[in-house]
Ligand binder design. Structure first.
Ligand SMILES: Cc1cc2nc3c(=O)[nH]c(=O)nc-3n(C[C@H](O)[C@H](O)[C@H](O)COP(=O)(O)O)c2cc1C
Length: 242
């Protein structure tokens, strides 16, 4: 399949054929490909939980409100945001970038580029991602709205805004994963219909983690697998050429 065929092939599949197994290593590889998704500041505040055991699959089906997409799936991948890991990730990126600049930037620009990255990942990112019951976000909003009187500036800096940022990023990884799966001839269905508290407990996720999407995986079951034809709003209604 070429890319257009893959995008047409990918549908939200709600019933999987239990007789047809999928290869765990291939699913794992699709998760690895998902990490190639673009992501905000390259912070990669995501984690992927690949569920393959029948016991955990059964428990997840209950936590996902008994949706057939989960109860008939052979495997599940849970996409999780980890904005609580911002310091660890920023440190890893800076360490990589320092070497990257030394290897790939012109000699005369290296010092400034390293200094800029240090400021970005050492000061700005920790300032943006820090949380304290919404108060730090309000403080950032205040600073940004004052600077914004004089200059264009990114205004989405509240604690809620940063939560959106990590979920956007994780959604891109989820979509990359589903496309990679379709390329293998495997089916998926993105889900937000789940009890997040139960899912977090089943996966033993820490307080700072959030469940972004649960994605059942398998092979569609004949005509039952997909709920009929695909509907999209007429393109002219959503496309604005300017
Ligand atoms: C964030 C998100 C959450 C979704 N949650 C559910 C869900 O809980 N249950 C479900 O059956 N489908 C769910 N879907 C699938 C959508 O209903 C589906 O993508 C949409 O109807 C378009 O169909 P298509 O994916 O086959 O093109 C979700 C999709 C997204 C992107």
């Amino acid at each position: 399949m070429n890319l257009e065929e893959i995008l047409n092939y990918r549908r939200s599949v709600r019933v999987y054929d239990k007789e047809k197994q999928i290869d765990t290593d291939k699913v794992r590889h699709c998760i690895e490909l998902a990490t190639l998704a673009p992501n905000s500041s390259n912070m990669q505040l995501w984690e992927f939980y690949h569920i393959t055991t029948p016991e955990l699959l059964n428990k997840m089906a209950t936590a996902c409100l008994d949706q057939t997409a989960v109860s008939t799936a052979s495997q599940l991948v849970v996409f999780v945001t980890r904005r609580d890991l911002y310091r660890k990730r920023a440190k890893a990126i800076f360490e990589f970038e320092e070497g990257n600049i030394q290897r790939n930037s012109p000699k005369e620009r290296q010092e400034k580029r390293i200094k800029d990255r240090k400021l970005y990942y050492g000061k700005l990112i920790p300032f943006l991602y820090a949380r304290f019951f919404g108060i730090l976000g309000l403080f950032r909003k205040l600073i940004v709205s004052i600077i914004g009187i004089f200059h264009p500036i990114v205004r989405q800096v509240s604690e809620g805004d940063i939560r959106v940022v990590v979920h956007k990023t994780c959604g891109l990884a989820a979509q990359t994963f589903m496309i990679a799966m379709a390329n293998e001839g495997y089916d998926t269905c993105p889900l937000e219909g789940f009890d997040s508290k139960q899912v977090k407990k089943l996966l033993k996720l820490p307080y700072g983690a959030e469940v972004n999407m649960v994605i059942p995986c398998g092979i569609r079951k004949g005509d039952e697998g997909i709920w009929g034809e695909r509907f999209r709003i007429p393109f002219e209604e959503v496309y604005h050429k300017m």
